[in-house]
Design a protein around this ligand. Structure first.
Ligand code: ACO
Length: 320
C-alpha cells in the first residue's frame, strides 16, 4: 500500500504584516526584501497558538478526506516552535480534534519537517502498521526571532498546514531524505541554557541566526540533486511532473532549482509572497492553496521538497 494525500488544510494568523509595515519599525524597505526574497508580507500570531492553528488545518483536511478524527491511527506534528516543550504539539492537536485512538508525536527536522513526516507516514503504511495518519507542519517562528535583526526577522512568518494520509493503491512513489549535522551552525536557534545547582552556562544565541549565503548555496546544490534522486527512484523524468511544491524560503532559490531541473517556472507555485518563510508549515500551506485553487487533478504526479536547518533536506514524488 501507498500513502495517498486524501485531504489538506491550512491556517494563517489574522495579523498580516507587510514589508512596508516592517519599514516603520526597522531600517528596511519593501524594495530590499522583495527583490532579494520575493516576500511581500507575512502573518504573525498574536492570539493564535500552534495547537489552535494546527487543529483548524487538521479539521479542514479531515473533512476533505472524509475521515473522522477517531479513525486516525497516528498524528505526526512537524514543528520547531511548539507552544510547549511538553506536552507535545501532536498530543494537543489530538486533544483538540478528538482523535482519541491516535498515537501522537512531534518531529523536528526544521523546514524539511513536513516532508520527513510524509516519508514516515509512507513507511508506516507500507509496512501495514497504520492506515490513516494526520501530518501537520506548524510554526510560530515570530517568537524565535530577534525583531531588531533586520537580516533575519523580515524573512519568516507563522502558520499551519495539515494533510490526512490514507493507505491506498496509488500515492507516494518515492521519497528521499538526508541530513548534514556538520553544517548545523549555518542556520541555528539556541535552546534554553543549562541552569542547575552544578552548572550555570550562558545561553547560546536564543534567536534564529543564519548565514544566508551559505544557506543559498546549500539549497541550490542539494534540492535539485535530492529531487533527481527521488525521480530516479520513481522511474520518472522532471518533465513527467506537473507541479513542484518547494519549501518557500526564497524566490531566488526556487528559480535556481527550476533552472537546474530545466523546468518552466509555472510548475513551481509559490505562497511566500503572502506568507514569508513558515519553515515546516510552508509546504503544507502551499499544498493546501494549490489544492483549494483546483490546480491538482487525481492522477497528477507532483513533487514536494523541503530543505533547512540541521542541515536537512527531503523530496517526495506522489501521484495525486
Ligand atoms: N533590509 C535592508 N538591508 C538589509 C536587510 C534588510 N532586511 N538585511 C540585511 N541588509 C543589509 C545588510 O546589512 C548588508 O549591508 P552592508 O552591505 O551595508 O553590510 C546588505 O544588506 C547585504 O547583506 P547580506 O546578508 O549579504 O544580504 P544578501 O544579499 O546575502 O541577502 C538573503 C540576504 C536574502 C537572506 C540571502 O542571503 C539569501 O537569499 N539567502 C538564502 C537563504 C534564505 O533565503 N534563507 C531563509 C531562511 S532559511 C531556510 O528556510 C532554509
Amino acid at each position: 500500500m501507498r500513502a495517498r494525500i486524501a485531504g489538506t488544510g491550512s491556517c494563517l494568523p489574522g495579523l498580516r504584516v507587510t514589508n512596508d509595515d516592517l519599514g516603520k519599525i526597522l531600517d528596511t524597505s519593501d524594495e530590499w526584501i522583495r527583490s532579494r526574497t520575493g516576500i511581500g508580507a507575512r502573518h504573525i500570531a498574536v492570539e493564535e497558538t500552534a495547537a489552535g492553528m494546527s487543529a483548524e488545518a487538521a479539521v479542514q483536511a479531515l473533512k476533505e478526506a472524509d475521515v473522522k478524527p477517531e479513525e486516525l491511527d497516528l498524528i505526526i506534528a512537524a514543528t520547531l516552535s511548539p507552544d510547549h516543550i511538553v506536552p507535545p504539539l501532536s498530543c494537543e492537536i489530538q486533544r483538540d480534534i478528538g482523535a482519541v485512538n491516535a498515537a501522537a508525536y512531534d518531529l523536528c527536522a526544521a523546514c524539511s519537517g513536513f516532508i520527513f513526516a510524509l516519508i514516515a507516514a509512507q513507511a508506516y503504511i507500507q509496512c501495514g502498521m497504520y492506515r490513516k495518519i494526520l501530518i501537520t507542519g506548524t510554526e510560530i517562528l515570530s517568537k524565535l526571532l530577534d525583531w531588531t535583526d533586520r537580516s533575519t526577522c523580515v524573512l519568516f512568518g507563522d502558520g499551519a498546514g495539515a494533510a490526512v494520509i490514507c493507505a491506498d493503491e496509488q500515492g507516494m512513489l518515492a521519497g528521499v531524505q538526508g541530513s548534514d549535522g556538520v553544517k548545523g551552525s549555518v542556520l541555528s536557534c539556541g535552546g534554553r541554557p543549562v541552569q542547575n545547582p552544578y552548572a550555570n552556562q550562558m545561553p547560546p544565541g536564543q534567536y534564529v541566526q543564519m548565514n544566508g549565503q551559505e544557506v543559498y548555496k546549500f539549497a541550490v546544490r542539494t534540492v535539485p540533486k535530492c529531487i533527481n534522486e527521488a525521480l530516479a527512484k520513481a522511474e520518472l523524468q522532471p518533465e513527467d511532473i506537473s507541479l513542484y511544491l518547494l519549501h518557500q524560503a526564497n524566490q531566488r532559490i526556487i528559480d535556481a532549482v527550476a533552472k537546474r531541473l530545466k523546468q518552466p517556472a509555472d510548475k513551481f507555485p509559490v505562497c511566500l509572497e503572502e506568507c514569508g518563510n513558515i519553515s515546516a508549515a510552508s509546504v503544507p500551506v502551499l499544498l493546501d492553496r494549490v489544492n483549494k485553487d483546483g490546480k491538482l487533478k487525481r492522477g497528477d504526479k507532483i513533487v514536494l521538497a523541503g530543505f533547512g536547518a540541521g542541515l536537512t533536506w527531503g523530496a517526495a514524488v506522489l501521484v495525486w
